[in-house]
Design a protein around this ligand. Structure first.
Ligand SMILES: [Zn+2]
Length: 422
C-alpha cells in the first residue's frame, strides 16, 4: 500500500524512516521530484545547490504527536536575469514557506481556536496530541483572513462602545447572512457614508435614530430604504411608556386606591397589603425617610440644573460633543437633555434580587400562622436551602413587626430578631 494512501498531504514524498519514542512519532521523508520552480521567476531548475532538514509538526497519529523531518533541497536559479541566485524548494501542498506546522495541523488548530478560544482550545488540542499554547491559538485567530464582504443588500448600522461614554466604533451587520460584516473605526457620518458608498449593492439600512448615523446613511446610500430596527423600536416604545408611567405615577396610584374595595373593620390585614396600604393607615415619616426624600429632591435639583446648563450651551451654539466634554456627561445623556421638553425624570430604582426572594411566600405564610420568632424562621429557611444571613430576614419582617400590637411584642432576647418567642 502506498505511503500517500495514509498521508495524502505527503503525496510526492518518499518515506525514508519511522521513529517512535514514548512521546512522539517522527517520519523522515524526501521529495521525489527532480526539479523545483524558482519562487521569483518561476523558472524550473534541476541544479541542486545543497540539502538540509526541515522539521514540521503534523497532525497526530493515533493520539501521538507527529513530526515530519523533511530532506529538502536548495537549487540554483538558471535564469540569468533573476536576482535570486539560490532558492529553497517550496512544498505548497504540505507547508507554507517558513512555517513550522503542516497545513492540515494549522487548519485543525485554527478550527479549535475559533470554536473554543485560547485557554480551552489549548487544553483540548494538547489532549488530542497537538501541542500548542493559548497564545499561539489567539495568534492563529488574529492571523486568519477575514471573510469577503461580497455584495450585501440589507445591512444594519449601529455604534458600540470601546470605552463607554468616550470612544465609540461602528458595526455593520448583514441581515441576510445574519453575521457581522465590518467594524468601522468610528461612527461619524463621513465614515459611515464612505463605507456605504463603497458598497452600492445595499438597498436597505436598518439603524437607530442617532443623527450621526442618519446623516451617514443618507449621504452614503441615498438609494437605500432606511428603517428603524425592531430592537430600537421596542426599546424606544418601552422607554416612552416608562416615562409616561413615571410622570403620572401619582395619578395612577390614586386611581388604583380609589378602585380598591372598602376593607371590613374586622378583617385581618396581611403584611403585604399593609405595606402598600398607605391611604387608610397614614404613618408619620421616619427621620430616615425624611432624609431620603431630601436627598432625592437635591438630586432632582442638580439634574434640572445640568439640564438647563446643557440647553443653554446648545442655544449659544455648542455642539453635543463639546457639551458632553465640558460637563463630563455621556453624550447620550446630553442628547436626551437637548431633545426633551423638561428635565428627564429618573426611573425608580429597580429592586436588586435577594437571596430571600424564593422564600417570601413561605415567610409570609408562617408569619400569618403566628410564627413571629425570626430565629425559628431562620432555622426553617436554612432547612429549605436558604443561604443568606439573618439581617436580610430581619429587615424583611421589620415592617410587619412594627404593625404588631405593642402587647404582643416579645421580651428582648439576644438571639431574637424581633419576634414573639414561640
Ligand atoms: Zn529565479
Amino acid at each position: 500500500m502506498r505511503f500517500a494512501t495514509f498521508f495524502p498531504h505527503l503525496t510526492g514524498f518518499r518515506l525514508d524512516a519511522i521513529h517512535r519514542s514514548d512521546e512522539q512519532l517522527t517520519l523522515t521523508a524526501t521529495p521525489v521530484r527532480k526539479a523545483a520552480a524558482c519562487p521569483l521567476c518561476h523558472r524550473r531548475s534541476r541544479r541542486v545547490h545543497s540539502r538540509y532538514q526541515r522539521r514540521v509538526a503534523d497532525l497526530p497519529l493515533g493520539g501521538t504527536p507527529l513530526t515530519l523531518v523533511l530532506h529538502v533541497r536548495k537549487f540554483f536559479c538558471r535564469n540569468p536575469r533573476c536576482p535570486r541566485r539560490i532558492f529553497a524548494e517550496r512544498l505548497p501542498s504540505l507547508v507554507a514557506a517558513g512555517a513550522r506546522r503542516s497545513r492540515p495541523l494549522h487548519t485543525a488548530l485554527e478550527r479549535v481556536a475559533f470554536t473554543l478560544g485560547g485557554e480551552a482550545g489549548a487544553r483540548l488540542a494538547i489532549a488530542l496530541g497537538m501541542p500548542t499554547t493559548p497564545d499561539i491559538l489567539l495568534r492563529l485567530i488574529r492571523a486568519a483572513p477575514l471573510p469577503a464582504i461580497g455584495t450585501p443588500e440589507r445591512v444594519g448600522v449601529d455604534d458600540f462602545a470601546l470605552r463607554k461614554g468616550r470612544v465609540y466604533a461602528g458595526l455593520v451587520v448583514d441581515h441576510d447572512q445574519r453575521r457581522p460584516l465590518d467594524v468601522l473605526p468610528d461612527c461619524t457620518p463621513a465614515t459611515i457614508a464612505d463605507w456605504l458608498a463603497a458598497h452600492p449593492s445595499i438597498c436597505l439600512v436598518s439603524r437607530d435614530r442617532g443623527t450621526a448615523i442618519v446623516d451617514g446613511v443618507t449621504r452614503g446610500a441615498p438609494q437605500a430604504v432606511q428603517v428603524a430596527d425592531r430592537w430600537h423600536l421596542l426599546k424606544n416604545l418601552g422607554e416612552a411608556l416608562e416615562r409616561l408611567l413615571v410622570r403620572q405615577r401619582t395619578e395612577w396610584h390614586d386611581a388604583l386606591l380609589a378602585e380598591m374595595p372598602e376593607k371590613p373593620a374586622n378583617e385581618t390585614m396581611t403584611p403585604a397589603l399593609w405595606e402598600s396600604d398607605t391611604s387608610t393607615k397614614p404613618r408619620a415619616p421616619t427621620a430616615r425617610a425624611l432624609q431620603a426624600a431630601q436627598e432625592r429632591q437635591a438630586r432632582r435639583e442638580r439634574r434640572v440644573a445640568r439640564y438647563e446648563e446643557a440647553r443653554r450651551l446648545s442655544a449659544v451654539g455648542w455642539s453635543l460633543r463639546a457639551i458632553a466634554r465640558e460637563m463630563h456627561l455621556n453624550r447620550h445623556t446630553v442628547h436626551d437633555y437637548l431633545t426633551s421638553d423638561s428635565a428627564p425624570i429618573l426611573r425608580p430604582r429597580t429592586r436588586r434580587p435577594s437571596k430571600l426572594d424564593p422564600y417570601r411566600a413561605y415567610i409570609q405564610r408562617r408569619w400569618e400562622e403566628g410564627c413571629h420568632d425570626a430565629a425559628v424562621l431562620l432555622a426553617e429557611l436554612r432547612q429549605r436551602g436558604y443561604t443568606g444571613g439573618h439581617s436580610i430576614l430581619r429587615a424583611h419582617v421589620a415592617p410587619w413587626r412594627r404593625a404588631l400590637p405593642q402587647s404582643t411584642l416579645p421580651s428582648r432576647r439576644d438571639h431574637l430578631i424581633g419576634c414573639d418567642a414561640v
